[in-house]
Design a binder for this molecule. Structure first.
Ligand SMILES: Cc1cc2nc3c(=O)[nH]c(=O)nc-3n(C[C@H](O)[C@H](O)[C@H](O)COP(=O)(O)OP(=O)(O)OC[C@H]3O[C@@H](n4cnc5c(N)ncnc54)[C@H](O)[C@@H]3O)c2cc1C
Length: 418
């Protein structure tokens, strides 16, 4: 039986940050990680360079059933706090675009930094750990009610050791605080599961129906022709309902992807159309102006001047105006311009959790304190990171939430009388 002040389930972004903060506050911490190494999603993030924060991160960049929930934690641990940490480890970084900060070197530096931040004498980072059961030990009935020294019990075994030595490596961990940091089910190939939700339900916490987010959209029906343009990318404005993002869109052999589409996917509901503005820099009547300046030009040529050739050709074909501009009526050109500024697609679905960068939904924020991430029902039980129903935009916002929620939980646990 191994005793700690806090057991953290999951050694990803949020779990490691929480472990580091709790360890620095003098708490004894066990991080129980299922995978054979820590921070796997950090390692693959940002194309291997980890887009570790966004300097503009604020509550308005997050989706949640309660849009106010993220405010407190985000305000108390800012992007600048994480930049200071990164710089204190001598990690070089740069802003790529739109406030997105990346390592100059490798995402490995972020994982190493988080591990180095965990005091070795206080924080045990245990990988390859298969959790078999999590339970709550009844606290002794004392008056006034005191926190039980050993409220939570986690039983499991370390897989690799079991294979190496052929012996029973079952372990029991006990602690008064338990943090759920096992993330969401996006990218199951990497071992991601809905474990956090199962555990939440075990403790009778509500879970907001999870669905894939920051995910490519699939096309069918008439839109299927666009799939022939796989690999073509262009800057667009993409809309779902009232939400709009101005970034690049990429046509794929299944449908639509690229940053603008990934962003919009988090807001898109099945059955809903999305609107794409091709040529967002052009005025509404630009084709009429062009008709006056260059009456011998064609729509195809005009589009080719601003868009990749294959896309220009496909759009011109679908607009059905192949004549010289001088021979096209103003009405037709105006209508073509309008269509180009709000091209409607009817996605058939998304590419699912297999391709989703994050999960929308998760442990209901109504169950948790926004100050501490602690369950309102179960004293000493916390949830942080992607496991919770807080989902950021693309561009470093999700890691910022992982860091901020991890720190909020660690500080709350450290501030408790022990
Ligand atoms: C391809 C890709 C690229 C991304 N790029 C970025 C980016 O550049 N910037 C950004 O902000 N966000 C990015 N994200 C999102 C970001 O990775 C997540 O939002 C973030 O990792 C969430 O942190 P977390 O700690 O909650 O979950 P995770 O980092 O997923 O950590 C959860 C941990 O729990 C472990 N675990 C799961 N089940 C169990 C179990 N039963 N027992 C024990 N351990 C378990 C997992 O192995 C994992 O290590 C990206 C995501 C993907 C998939």
């Amino acid at each position: 039986m191994r005793e700690y002040d806090v057991i953290i389930l999951g050694g990803g972004a949020a779990g490691l940050m929480c472990a580091a903060e709790a360890g620095k506050a003098g708490l004894r911490v066990a991080v129980l990680e299922k995978a054979d190494s820590l921070g796997k999603k950090i390692l693959i993030s940002g194309g291997g360079r980890c887009n570790f924060t966004n300097i503009y991160a604020g509550p308005e960049n997050y989706l949640s059933a309660n849009p106010h929930f993220a405010k407190s934690a985000l305000a108390r641990y800012s992007p600048q706090d994480f930049i200071d940490l990164v710089e204190s480890h001598g990690i070089a970084w740069h802003e790529k675009t739109l406030g997105q900060l990346f390592c100059d070197g490798s995402a490995k530096q972020i994982v190493q930094m988080l591990v180095d931040e965990c005091p070795g004498d206080l924080v045990d980072l245990i990988c390859g750990f298969q959790i078999e059961a999590v339970s709550q030990i009844s606290p002794p009935s004392t008056h006034p009610p005191a926190q039980s020294p050993h409220t939570f019990k986690v039983v499991g075994r370390t897989e690799r050791a079991a294979m190496d030595h052929g012996q029973d490596t079952a372990s029991i961990f006990i602690a008064p605080n338990l943090v759920i940091a096992t993330g969401g089910p996006s990218i199951p190939k990497m071992g991601a599961t809905g474990f956090a939700y199962d555990l939440a339900r075990q403790f009778e916490l509500k879970v907001v129906e999870p669905r894939p987010a920051l995910v490519p959209l699939t096309l069918g029906g008439e839109d299927i022709l666009f799939r022939e343009l796989s690999g073509v990318s262009t800057n667009v404005h993409a809309r779902a309902g009232k939400t709009e993002f101005a970034e690049a869109a990429l046509l794929t052999h299944k449908g639509l992807s690229g940053p603008a589409i990934l962003q919009i996917s988090s807001y898109w509901k099945p059955g809903q159309e999305i609107g794409i503005t091709f040529l967002p820099q052009r005025e509404a009547d630009w084709l009429l102006d062009l008709k006056r300046d260059k009456p011998r030009a064609t729509v195809r040529q005009a589009l080719r001047d601003h868009l990749p050739d294959r896309l220009a050709d496909a759009l011109a074909e679908r607009l059905g105006i192949e004549r010289e501009l001088g021979n096209v009526t103003d009405k037709q050109l105006r209508s073509a311009g309008q269509r180009l500024s709000d091209w409607r697609f009817s996605p058939t679905g998304t590419e699912g959790f297999a391709k989703a960068e994050v999960t929308i939904g998760g442990i209901s924020t109504a169950e948790l304190s926004s100050q501490t991430m602690e369950s309102k029902k179960v004293l000493g039980l916390y949830a942080i990171g992607e496991a919770i129903d807080v989902t950021g935009w693309l561009g470093g916002y999700n890691f910022q939430w992982a860091w901020a929620s991890g720190v909020a939980a660690a500080k709350a646990i450290a501030d408790r009388p022990h």
